[in-house]
Design a protein around this ligand. Sequence first.
Ligand code: C5P
Length: 212
Amino acid sequence: MTLTIAIDGPAAAGKGTLSRQIAEEYGFHHLDTGLTYRATAKALLDAGLPLDDEAVAERMALEVELSGLDRSILSAHAIGEAASKIAVMPAVRRALVEAQRAFSKKEPGTVLDGRDIGTVVCPDAAVKLYVTASPEVRAKRRFDEIVGNGAVADYAAIFDDVKKRDERDMGRADSPLRPADDAHLLDTSEMSIEAAFQAAKSLIDAALIKKI
Ligand code: C5P
C-alpha cells in the first residue's frame, strides 16, 4: 500500500523545503505540483502562444513530462505569474491532476505539495498538512532569498505580488487554495525551517501510527 502525504499552502510559506525534507526522511518520492503548472506556462511563453486560450494550454499541459521538471529553470518570477493565470483553467487542471494522481501511487510512498493536494488531487492522503505564514513573513523570506543571491529586491513590490498571488489562488472557482477539512495547520511565521520540520514530523508520525 502506498502512503501519500499531502502538503498545501500559499506561495513562499516554506512548503517546498519542508516537502523535500519530509520525502527524504521517509524515503518517499516527491512531486512539487507547482512545477507542472510552471512547465505548462513556460511551454506557452516559449512558443509565443497566448495565456488565455484554454484549448491551447490544455494541449501543453498534456505534454508535460513529470520526470523533466527542473525548478532552477522554472523558478523565474514571470513563469510563476503565468502559471497562476493558466491554473484557473479547468481543462489544464484536469490534465495535470491526472498526471499528479498517477505519481501519487508510487511505492512505497509519496509527498505531493501544491494548492489542492488534500482537497482534490489526493483526498484520501494518509496525512494532510496546510503550511502557511503571514503575507509579511512570506514576502520578507522571498526578499531575503533574492538579496541573498546578490540581486536587488523591492520589498513593497514583493509584498504586493504575494497578496495578488494569494487572491488569485484562493479566489478561483476551480480548486481554490484552502485547507482540507482534515488537514493539520502549520503556521511557520515564527518558526525556523528545522522547527517546522520537527513539528511536521511529529504530526506525520502521530497520523501514521493511527493508520497502521
Ligand atoms: O507553488 P508555485 O509557486 O510553484 O505554483 C505556481 C502556481 O501554480 C501557483 O500560484 C498556483 O496558481 C498554481 N498551482 C496550482 N495548484 C497546485 C500547484 C500550483 O494551482 N497544486
